[in-house]
Design a protein around this ligand. Sequence first.
Ligand code: PGA
Length: 222
Amino acid sequence: MNEKIIVGNWKNYLDYEGSIALANSLLDINTSDKVRLMVSPNHLYLREVNKILNQTKIEVISQNLTSFDSNSDTGGISAVNLNKININRTIIAHSETRVREKNPQSILSKLITMGFSFVLCFEKIDQIPFDILRNNFEIILAYEPVWAIGTGETASLDHINEIHSNVKLKLSKSSLNLPILYGGSVNPLNCKEILDSNYVDGVLVGGASTKFEQFSEIVNSI
Ligand code: PGA
């Protein structure tokens, strides 16, 4: 895969004004043809950020979902309702959501059937449900060691390559070829080395993606 995927996960860092300002700044970002860019605002601002960016090559995605269709899931987010506001992809099983929500595995098959794309985060290889994955570029995996998330401690390139190559090997045994991103304290100083690795198909960036200058440096490092 030559294309690199860069996902900006804004988490809960930005308020309304901050989210709208960042989305407007992103209208001017230059991306090479080798980059596929996604941003993930807080759910509260998803629709408005999507309106700002919908004429661009930047895809706006959800930070999570909790169910598939319309149902009694109070406080939840469903794929069907995201779809209605033109959001067709979500991050799922991020480390923060993994601690408060049950295993999302049951939802994944439904999302695959519906054609709703996702970025599935994992820390341990046995968290990846290889048996239900399909060969589809719209399924993206993201290796996110919890100790590296938001701590400023990035995993070493050797460590990232080792995990990614193990996952790629397991995927190939099931004839699967899915992109694998790395996430955990990616910043303008370490992104190039990580993105240059043949084992890394992109990065999932948290904190640094909420600052326009830092995010554009990461995007322009390719
Ligand atoms: P971080 O977050 O870049 O702030 O470490 C990464 C993530 O949680 O997706």
